[in-house]
Design a protein around this ligand. Structure first.
Ligand SMILES: [Fe+2]
Length: 185
């Protein structure tokens, strides 16, 4: 790949070029594909551990969306003429582990646990927002408008989930958690 080439970027509209950026994009897709699939397994456990119905149903709703995110990624791979492939995402694995420790370290049935789960879930959402935000831009840059559109839909849902979680925390899980006494073990 000539570094000093002044040739304008090829805009062939289907992402079929074999640039370094294209390879990076594909690797990032594999990473987030693994992450979304991992999340579909983690969310039911998070839901089970949650205290309030509000948080349980927010997690349930996001599980349905996450399944759709997996499907959209498969569509993006297909648009690129590639088979959907997952590559382990260390970041998502770490974020889920952190969520598991929050559950372990908080009392069952407490509002503090919900406050903790919300923050853990928001860390996941922020990772996804950063990833999809970047991928949408790269897809646009490479002229892959259809892929960009699919990724942008997911990006929007991740942002809405993040906002929804903030609302649940503020009304009134955090406040109720603040009223909780520490129980002796
Ligand atoms: Fe997602």
């Amino acid at each position: 790949m000539p570094a000093k080439s002044k040739r304008p970027a090829e805009k062939n509209g289907n992402g079929q070029s074999n640039s370094q950026l294209k390879k990076f994009f594909t690797d990032s897709l594999k990473d987030i594909y693994w992450a979304e699939k991992h999340l579909t397994k983690a969310l039911p456990k998070m839901k089970k551990a949650a205290t309030t119905e509000e948080l349980k149903s927010a997690i349930e709703e996001h599980l349905t969306q996450t399944e759709e995110h997996v499907t959209r990624l498969e569509q993006v791979f297909e648009l690129m003429g590639k088979k959907a492939q997952a590559k382990k995402c260390d970041a998502m694995e770490g974020l889920i582990k952190e969520g598991d420790s929050v559950v372990e370290e908080t009392e069952e049935g407490s509002m503090t646990r919900d406050a903790g789960i919300i923050i853990a879930a928001q860390k996941v959402e922020h990772y996804e927002i950063a990833t999809y935000g970047g991928l949408v831009q790269l897809a646009k840059t490479m002229g892959m408008d259809e892929a960009a559109g699919l990724l942008a839909q997911t990006l929007e849902e991740e942002k809405q989930t993040d906002q929804g979680l903030t609302e649940i925390a503020e009304n009134n899980i955090n406040w109720e958690a603040e009223q909780e006494e520490e129980k002796e073990k």
